[in-house]
Design a protein around this ligand. Structure first.
Ligand SMILES: *[C@@H]1O[C@H](CO)[C@@H](O)[C@H](O)[C@H]1NC(C)=O
Ligand SMILES: *[C@@H]1O[C@H](CO)[C@@H](O)[C@H](O)[C@H]1NC(C)=O
Ligand SMILES: *[C@@H]1O[C@H](CO)[C@@H](O)[C@H](O)[C@H]1NC(C)=O
Length: 429
């Protein structure tokens, strides 16, 4: 996700928070009886806001002639999430051969929709498919494709009681196991993983808290890796996290609910907010203005990606990031002393033991990334035994460029596929 998008969403956090704080009585520990399912609320076909007929990742894949599948996976804690798959390449006609598995995971506010947007010449899933891989795209719980549970309704606040810890610990673990259990996956030792932004955080959380999953990762590619956030330079986060990054009345009021789901209403809101001249339009660009200059990214694809975001997240995911920014720790969610004692048996959550991340871990990072600052990436990498660093030479390369830059194929996607191919050649199944 680019600075633009992050900025937009944090602007909305800011606006929502303003509204909440002004408009609602502060009842810190109140448990709302029923959460609002915004997704249902704004699904109004009469107003041409039908979510049922909106294109899905299947459409974004099949429009280019590639085969596409949707799979449902139930996690250990009951969430039913969707994976999308390009099982083989119609160009290679390789459906009868064993294909190595590549799994790619979106960032905060994103979904599997983000990946195919650059089209077959540049987008990672298509390039991977044409390189002979069995390509899977994950979807975190709560987003437009992962809104079901074996027992909880999305209207129940407990549905939204998760952060990126649970996305890593449960969703990514279940997704990896699922891909390996398919007919093509049987007999394969592991998968290749690519994540962007939150898609990296969730893998760091998984591999340090369930180290046995390291053995299931052949190579991992962390684009704009986010774990420590002390040096993050985002105006709104800097402004907000002193309030939301600590356990207090604001953060309790804001926690465990759905934040801005995917829908046309939110979309309209985003466009209006970011209109030139609007009061908050400055917040729509990142603090470093050069990251949004014309000509660096494919605008058509950017708008497509904006158009499919935000795809539904829990406010706890945002709070958890803000906690990191405040505390300087990479650790589990901080519920406040009393509840921490109950959940963890300690007053503060323990740090993730990142030294247990032992798989081949490639870190792709840049100097101009407002979310993943170089200092924070380096601090993490020195704790990871098999970290391999890939520093972007372009001094302007930013958080969103990892997904949308014109030259993402040349600088990111092809090098990643070359590393995967090398691993496959050296470790035949
Ligand atoms: C930009 O993205 C659009 C949408 O995927 C694609 O159709 C177009 O070919 C891209 N343009 C260039 C120059 O890569
Ligand atoms: C949710 O999952 C259940 C299976 O546990 C299924 O019967 C139901 O149709 C699903 N609901 C939606 C909206 O997909
Ligand atoms: C943006 O780039 C221009 C040159 O392209 C430079 O003069 C300016 O100082 C840069 N601004 C920031 C905020 O980095």
């Amino acid at each position: 996700m680019s600075g633009l998008h992050i900025g937009v969403h944090f602007a909305l956090v800011w606006i929502c928070l303003g509204t909440i704080v002004e408009g609602a009585p502060v009842v810190p520990d109140a448990d709302p009886a029923e959460a609002t399912d915004f997704y249902q609320l704004f699904n109004n076909p009469d107003a041409h806001l039908s979510l049922a007929t909106a294109p899905t990742t299947l459409d974004y894949i099949t429009e280019h002639g590639y085969p596409a599948e949707r799979h449902y996976v139930t996690t250990e804690d009951g969430y039913i999430i969707s994976l999308f798959r390009i099982p083989y390449s119609h160009n290679l006609q390789n459906e009868d051969q064993q294909r190595p598995i590549a799994f790619i995971q979106h960032g905060l506010f994103g979904s599997s929709d983000s990946w195919p947007c650059l089209g077959p010449d540049d987008a990672l899933p298509f390039l991977l498919s044409d390189a002979g891989y069995d390509v899977w795209m994950g979807n975190a719980r709560g987003n437009r494709y992962s809104r079901n549970h074996t027992s909880l309704s999305t209207k129940h606040p407990n549905f939204w009681r998760f952060s990126w810890h649970e996305i890593g610990y449960f969703d990514i673990a279940a997704s990896i196991d699922y891909t390996l259990s398919t007919e093509n996956g049987k007999g394969q030792t592991g998968i290749h993983y690519v994540g962007h932004s939150q898609g990296t955080t969730v893998l760091f959380a998984l591999l340090s808290s369930r180290p046995e999953y390291n053995a299931k990762i052949k190579t991992a590619h962390m684009l704009a890796p986010v774990a420590f956030m002390d040096h993050m330079d985002d105006f709104l986060v800097n402004t907000l996290s002193p309030y939301l990054g600590l356990n207090n009345a604001y953060s309790r009021l804001f926690c465990s609910q759905e934040f801005l789901p995917y829908n046309d209403f939110v979309l309209a809101l985003l466009y209006n907010i970011c209109r030139t001249g609007s009061v908050v339009s400055d917040f729509c660009s990142s603090s470093n203005d050069n990251t949004t200059q014309e000509g660096r990214t494919n605008k058509t694809a950017s708008y497509m990606i904006i158009g499919v975001m935000p795809a539904g997240v829990s406010t706890d995911q945002i709070l958890h990031y803000m906690q990191e920014h405040q505390s300087g720790h990479f650790r589990e969610f901080d519920y406040g002393t009393k509840r921490n004692l109950k959940y963890y048996g300690t007053e503060t959550p323990a740090d993730y033991p990142t030294e247990k991340i032992t798989c081949e871990m490639h870190m792709w990072y840049s100097d101009n990334d407002e979310m993943a600052a170089v200092e924070d990436v380096i601090r993490l990498s020195v704790t990871i035994p098999n970290a391999i660093m890939h520093h972007m030479e372009d001094p302007l390369w930013d958080h969103g460029d990892f997904a949308m830059n014109w030259e993402v194929r040349y600088y990111i996607n092809e090098p990643i596929i070359a590393i995967m191919n090398k691993h496959e050649a050296e470790n035949p199944q």
